[in-house]
Design a protein around this ligand. Structure first.
Ligand code: NAP
Length: 250
């Protein structure tokens, strides 16, 4: 899909990768970007970059009313980027189960909720694309990362499951598997996992540009940074080695 003149929705656009995606889509010629955030008050700095083309959008992906109302407020979307996500560290056998529920409810069920609301919107606008921001963490479990890897593995399966249903409706589905990217989320994980410091960190700007290049090249699986590319290659060759690398993190 060409980004030029597309109308994009980015969820979780107020910071991190989402915020960088807004800028990158504008640079690539998107006609409009709906910047989703659960608190639109946090979007001031993002919308100030181009008030004409950036529309702040109240969107909490865990709240059905918020999602329904966002689909009515942004009826012109042709490219949906499901970027919003959460991470809570902890060990699955001991941590508060409510934290596991929050992660699954956001990263998996919340993404599905947004997809169900916006697929008809994209279809009505003549088709387009959906981009799900997953993680290389989907390729294995990491003991101290709580429900996050499982939520991303579930999102990966969801992405594959909806692709054949959306193709005849003119909607391409892209899966994005970032490695470590320099954001608040990574800092949270790195604080608890000193070994994360060994890994190179991609910038949000580089990752955002690589995602857009992947969409324009019609790449179904996008590995948007060198670490992700290398892990993806290893996963295709030797999935057991990747499982060991991810479990050995701690
Ligand atoms: N950073 C990495 O190393 C890395 C690696 C692989 C994959 N990813 C994925 O990339 C995506 C972006 O992560 P990031 O690193 O940019 O993290 P981040 O800086 O922590 O940003 C997360 C974004 O998601 C939003 N969000 C969380 N819950 C939401 C909800 N219920 N409704 C709407 N928005 C919600 C946050 O909004 P608030 O400000 O309101 O909290 C924030 O805008 C996530 O899906 C993450 O899993 C990140």
């Amino acid at each position: 899909m060409r980004v030029q003149n597309a109308v994009v929705l980015v969820t979780g656009a107020n910071r991190g990768i989402g915020s960088a995606l807004v800028t990158a889509f504008l640079e690539r010629g998107a006609a409009r970007v709906h910047a989703g955030a659960r608190d639109p008050g946090t979007l001031a700095a993002v919308t100030a970059r181009d008030p004409e083309r950036i529309r702040p959008l109240a969107l909490d992906i865990t709240d059905p009313t918020s999602v329904t109302s966002a689909a009515l407020t942004a009826p012109d979307v042709t490219l949906l980027v499901n970027n919003a996500g959460v991470h809570v560290m902890g060990h699955l056998l001991e941590m508060d189960l409510r934290d596991v529920e929050t992660v699954m409810n956001t990263n998996w069920l919340g993404t599905l909720r947004v997809l169900r609301a916006f697929a008809p919107v994209v279809e009505r606008n003549g088709g387009g694309a959906v981009v799900n921001v997953i993680s290389v963490g989907a390729f294995g479990g990491t003991p101290s990362m709580g429900g996050y890897p499982a939520s991303k593995a579930a999102l990966n399966a969801l992405t594959q499951a909806v692709r054949p249903d959306l193709a005849p409706r003119g909607i391409a589905v892209h899966a994005v598997y970032p490695g470590p990217v320099d954001t608040d989320m990574l800092r949270l994980a790195a604080n608890a996992l000193p070994r994360m410091a060994e890994f190179p960190r991609a910038t949000t700007a580089d990752v955002a540009r690589a995602i857009i290049e992947g969409v324009e090249a019609d790449t179904q699986e996008i590995f948007p940074d060198p670490f992700a590319e290398q892990l993806g290659e290893e996963w295709r060759r030797d999935p057991k080695a990747v499982e060991r690398r991810l479990t050995d993190l701690a």
